[in-house]
Ligand binder design. Structure first.
Ligand code: ADP
Ligand code: ADP
Length: 226
């Protein structure tokens, strides 16, 4: 479904991603792991065209993403970042339902659907009328996941989504993602610098090293030099 074909990204003289070739299996979690600055975020953002490659192609279902309209592309792909990125002046239900409203669903229906999405990510409906600042970090990340799932996208991009929460909460979020994945079978690209998280979550793990080089791609139990 998603393929990187000899993708390279340079920022001036910095090579962020070095001629990288990788394909992501459908319906599986692929984890990109590596130290800070090795190009993980840059690579992930090429999928929804937040970053354009310097050379090479990114394919989505066989189509070069450059041929797709960026706004539609971003609405069709779920995106979860570290600090949830929720709108502070909208309550949780409006945050979760935003994508649906943009897609033409009425606000009332979008809020009704948002309650179901909260349930899907393990949050009680009562939290729906709170504002983001009234939630814990872990709850905010769950709302971020619910929002990313609202339009039922086939693809989810997750950039260090659980890194800012404490270890116990993080484990709960990881378990929740694995449960959701079992239920929904999304194609997930998950970025982390934490090898233990990569091994726990990944059906496949792609290891990047400094300079945007792909060091290896393996099933978690086949990873070398852990
Ligand atoms: P990671 O996600 O693995 O931390 P990034 O993809 O954020 O890595 O960054 C890879 C490299 O590209 C780093 O050296 C970073 O400083 C550089 N970089 C990322 N974005 C930009 C940008 N917009 N302008 C210039 N350099 C950038
Ligand atoms: P995040 O942690 O959300 O990935 P970053 O702090 O890495 O965000 O980067 C924030 C923004 O700054 C991004 O748009 C990224 O592309 C840009 N950026 C990252 N590294 C650099 C850099 N070395 N020079 C210029 N811009 C950068």
């Amino acid at each position: 479904m998603i393929g990187f074909q000899d993708v390279r990204k340079e920022y001036g003289s910095t090579v962020a991603v070095h001629d990288l070739r990788l394909s992501l299996p459908d319906g599986a979690i692929t984890v990109l792991v590596g130290p800070s600055g090795c190009g993980k975020t840059t690579l992930l953002r090429m999928v929804n065209r937040m970053v354009e490659p310097t050379s090479g192609r990114v394919l989505l279902d066989g189509t070069d993403v450059r041929e797709l309209d960026p706004a539609r592309l971003r609405r069709g792909i779920g995106y979860v970042i570290q600090q949830a990125g929720l709108f502070p002046h909208r309550d949780v239900l409006d945050n979760v339902g935003t994508v649906l409203v943009l897609g033409g669903t009425g606000r009332r229906e979008a809020r009704r659907r948002a309650v179901e999405l909260l349930d899907l990510v393990g949050l009680p409906a009562e939290l729906g009328t709170r504002y983001p600042a009234q939630l814990s970090g872990g709850q905010q990340q769950r709302v971020g996941v619910a929002r990313a799932l609202a339009a039922d996208p086939p693809v989810l991009l997750m950039d260090e989504p659980f890194s800012a929460v404490d270890p116990v909460v993080r484990q709960g979020l990881q378990d929740e993602l694995l449960r959701l994945q079992g239920e929904l079978g999304k194609t997930v690209l998950f970025v982390t610098h934490d090898i233990d998280e990569a091994v726990k979550l990944g059906d496949r793990v792609a290891v990047l090293r400094q300079g945007g080089h792909l060091a290896q791609v393996a099933a978690p139990d086949e990873l070398l030099a852990r």
